[in-house]
Design a protein around this ligand. Structure first.
Ligand code: RIB
Ligand code: CA
Length: 313
């Protein structure tokens, strides 16, 4: 089976970094057409720089990295340095990137690629706020029907919020963008906190990264060591939740995940519940299903896959 062509839209972020590394380590299953950076965990100048740092850490400096939107569609940017640190990639000491940033704007790259590639052959993998994706869909509505699938990390239902009592960060930062994407009609697979909070980097799992004894293995162990503070303090978690790598793992081994095809809508008006993903998990409304919302993961299988693939880099 030929590799799946994807665009990773991202706001690195330690967990984004691991998702990118897993994708770049899996060329049989995944062909990364480009990486588009968006403002989110940290401002855009840092997310695009971090994306290039990660590509060089993977030994793939030929990967095309593009800078996208630096603010949400209709709101001021909210960032998450309290989780990811000032650089967005705190933990390991990694060198500044040498590889160039692409001149083209990320939104133009997304539009151009979807128009150039055969319809239905490109998957979009958003790992941050949906600003770039929604801006592309708004500027070029013709590309929506050409998307093979959107596999995104965002939202929450049983787990409720991580940035407010009701909202997950990626959706909360740009709820209007999320609303556009979830109403677009494109096929969507959602990796919410309900799943990602079960993908925890426990000490034995972190030890397995470090035991790879490679630059990648040690960097990932250091990233997840840093990244776990927030969740350990807030939730008493047994380790850092690897949110974004769930997207990449789904592309490689979808059976790791189980979920339901349901209606998911985004709260964009109430200040109290702004950015909530209102998931009709129990199908109590007649609202049409528009997303496959994941609810469970084979965490051991996920970490076995991840560790094996990281060992390749
Ligand atoms: O809420 C978790 C999500 O927000 C992850 O994608 C993390 O990287 C941040 O972007
Ligand atoms: Ca992210």
């Amino acid at each position: 089976m030929s590799a799946r062509k994807i665009i990773i839209d991202t706001d690195p972020g330690q967990d984004d970094a691991v998702a990118i590394l897993l994708a770049l380590a899996s060329p049989e299953e995944i062909e990364v057409l480009g990486i588009t950076a968006v403002a989110g965990n940290v401002p855009l100048p840092l997310t695009e720089k971090n994306a290039r740092i990660v590509c060089e850490l993977a030994g793939k400096p030929e990967t095309k990295v593009f800078a996208g939107c630096d603010v949400p569609m209709r709101r001021p940017l909210v960032t998450a340095e309290h989780v990811h640190g000032k650089t967005g990639l705190d933990g390991p000491e990694l060198p500044d990137p040498v590889m160039a940033l692409q001149d083209q704007h990320a939104v133009d790259f997304i539009i151009e690629t979807l128009r150039a590639e055969p319809s239905g052959t490109v998957t979009l993998c958003p790992l941050g706020p949906l600003t770039n994706i929604a801006t592309a869909f708004t500027r070029a509505p013709d590309i929506v029907a050409r998307v093979q699938e959107i596999v995104l990390m965002g939202g929450a239902y049983f787990e409720v919020g991580n940035i407010t009592p009701t909202a997950e960060f990626n959706i909360y930062v740009d709820p209007e963008a999320a609303d556009i994407v979830f109403k677009s009609g494109a096929p969507i697979v959602v990796m919410p906190l309900d799943v990602t909070h079960k993908a925890l980097v426990t000490q034995p799992r972190n030890d397995a990264f470090r035991a790879l004894d490679t630059a990648v293995g040690i960097a990932v162990a250091q990233m997840t060591d840093f990244f776990e503070r927030f969740d350990k303090e807030k939730y008493g978690s047994a380790g850092a939740p690897l949110h974004d790598p769930c997207v990449t793992a789904y592309l490689i081994w979808p059976d790791l995940f189980t979920g339901r095809h349901i209606n998911v809508e985004i709260e964009t008006t109430s200040e109290l519940t702004l950015g909530m993903t209102v998931a009709d998990w129990w199908r109590v409304t007649d609202r049409a299903p528009n997303a496959t919302f994941m609810g469970d993961i084979d965490a051991d299988g996920f970490f076995t896959l991840l560790t094996e693939r990281l060992a390749r880099l």
